[in-house]
Ligand binder design. Sequence first.
Ligand code: SAM
Length: 314
Amino acid sequence: MWIIELKCVFESEKQCSEFLSCLMDGYVPLKFAYVGSAAHTHDLLASTEGYGAIVGSVKEEISALREGLLKIDCMVPFNVVELGPGNGRHTGAFIAELSSVLTFSKFELIDYSKTLVDLASQRLSDVYPNIEFNTSQADLEDYESNIEFGKGDDPNLILLFGNTLGNVESWKKSLQHLFDGMRSNDILFTSYAIYDPKVEPSVYLDGYRTSELRNAALEPLVMTGADTSSVEFVVSFNAEQSAIVGKATFLSETVISCSGKEVPQPTGSSVRCFLSRRFSPLVMKGAFESIGFELLAHVPSADQSISYLMAKKL
Ligand SMILES: C[S@@+](CC[C@H](N)C(=O)[O-])C[C@H]1O[C@@H](n2cnc3c(N)ncnc32)[C@H](O)[C@@H]1O
């Protein structure tokens, strides 16, 4: 039986109590795989080739962005806001191309993980010393509080890349949450992983059966008391949810603990600790429109694995 020290290993007591409460319900939201020391494990994962395929090509993003901007004939500078910049590597590549499409005054980085957003901001400031990067912490899944985007005169261009919308617990609620925080002239530009029922599930699992993914998905459990050698991690495709699902099974009794609160995991019990949905473009279009978005661009990547979607409030 494993027992660890009684301290908060996340970034706040709020994160800790939400983590334990979800664990008692049998799952760990993926956002916990980015906070505290887990941010560094994500940093490693985000440098692997498989992850690069999910992130997609910046050139394709820029071309979709250009297509959407033509529809609104908008020449003003934007306040660019990226929600979930990860370790900032993709953001850096995106910024290099962005100035060919639009002008922007500032760049805001918003993330659930303070550790990651600070890492991203530091990296980006080193590469772009002339751009002002502001950081803040917010949870796309905290429906009790509004996400604060820029309130100045310039419209916000809100970026949400890397299938982050597919990795939250309730993507429809999170999309509504985003919509509620936007002003009428703000623009949302996002990318998501495409689901095509004709594609063999094994194709979707490619890149997810790696030691980097295993380590990243298990990190929140390891931070709170599990020993990786006492956990079996299995990744499968759930056709009903059109999602890649990772399940951890405890091979020996383990006490998961944070801030002095303990949740024992009996031998043989399982916790879902990875979930990444893929979406049919028709489903995504319907969800955006039913919330009250107008689609400005909706373009698949050349290999049909990712879709780029730009939208504003109707
Ligand atoms: C898969 S990474 C994507 C990173 C980057 N956008 C890219 O494309 O490489 C997901 C990012 O979203 C953040 N994130 C995950 N869940 C979140 C939530 N509920 N609220 C805010 N940020 C969240 C993570 O901390 C991480 O920075």
